[in-house]
Design a protein around this ligand. Sequence first.
Ligand SMILES: Nc1ncnc2c1ncn2[C@@H]1O[C@H](COP(=O)(O)OP(=O)(O)O)[C@@H](O)[C@H]1O
Ligand SMILES: O=c1ccn([C@@H]2O[C@H](COP(=O)(O)O)[C@@H](O)[C@H]2O)c(=O)[nH]1
Length: 217
Amino acid sequence: MNSSCLVDNETKSPFLIGVAGGTACGKSTVCKNIIEKLGQTNLDETRRQVVSISQDSFYRELNAVEKIKASKGQFNFDHPDAFDEVFMYQTLTDIQAGKTCSIPVYNYKTNSRSKKDTIVIYPADVVIVEGILAFYFPAIRDLFHMKLFVDTDSDTRLARRVPRDINERGRDLEQVLNQYMNFVKPAFEEFCLPTKKFADIIIPRGAENIGMFLFSL
Ligand SMILES: Nc1ncnc2c1ncn2[C@@H]1O[C@H](COP(=O)(O)OP(=O)(O)O)[C@@H](O)[C@H]1O
Ligand SMILES: O=c1ccn([C@@H]2O[C@H](COP(=O)(O)O)[C@@H](O)[C@H]2O)c(=O)[nH]1
C-alpha cells in the first residue's frame, strides 16, 4: 500500500525515536508521558513538536480466511508477517522527508484498519514510533536515530494485558490467555526479545523510568 503523504512547504526532518518491548510493557504510556513531560499534550496537532505513532497502524489487511482465524483468536498478530513492512518503511521515510502523512487507525475489535478514521502526522521535530517489532525489520530499525527498549517482566505484562484486552479490545479471558500462550509469548521470545540488543537505552518497567530518557536529551 502507498502511504498518503503531502510535501510540506517548510521541510522539517524529524529526529526519529523507536520504542520497542513486549506487549503491554508500557510503550504507549512511555510515549504519552514523554509527550506530556515535554509540554506537548495540549498543543494543536499541527503545532506539536513531538508526536508518536504506533506500529499497530501498519498491521496488514487480512484475507477472508485470516479474518475468520483472527475472530477466533487463532491468528498470530505477533509474527513479523502480520505487519506491512513496506508500507511502514515508506511512511517513515516520508515522515523523515518532512511530509504530512495520513496513517491508519487500527481497530483491535475488528482486527483491521478503521474504514473512516486516520491520524494525520504533521511535520514535527521528534517522531516517536512504538511497537512490539519496531526494531525487527533492519531497514526500519536503521531509520531510528535513537532506540529505547521498555523492559518489563512477563508476569507484569500479562497482568496488564488481560484487563486491557478484556476492557478495551473486546476479548474474553479464555481468548486472551489462549492467544498469549499460543502466539504472544513464543513470538515475544523469538522475534521481540532478541531486538533488545539494538537499544541505546533500556527503560526498566516503563513509564516510571522515563527520566533516564529525558536526561539523555
Ligand atoms: N508503569 C505502569 N504501571 C501500571 N500500569 C501501567 C504502567 N504502564 C502501563 N500500564 C498499563 O498497562 C496497560 C498496557 O500499557 P501500554 O502503555 O498500552 O503498553 P504497550 O503500549 O506496551 O502495549 C495499560 O492498561 C496501561 O494503563
Ligand atoms: O488485531 C489484533 C492486533 C494486535 N493484537 C495484539 O496486540 C499486541 C501489540 O499491541 P501492544 O499494544 O504492543 O500490546 C500484540 O501482542 C498482538 O497480539 C491483537 O490481539 N489483535
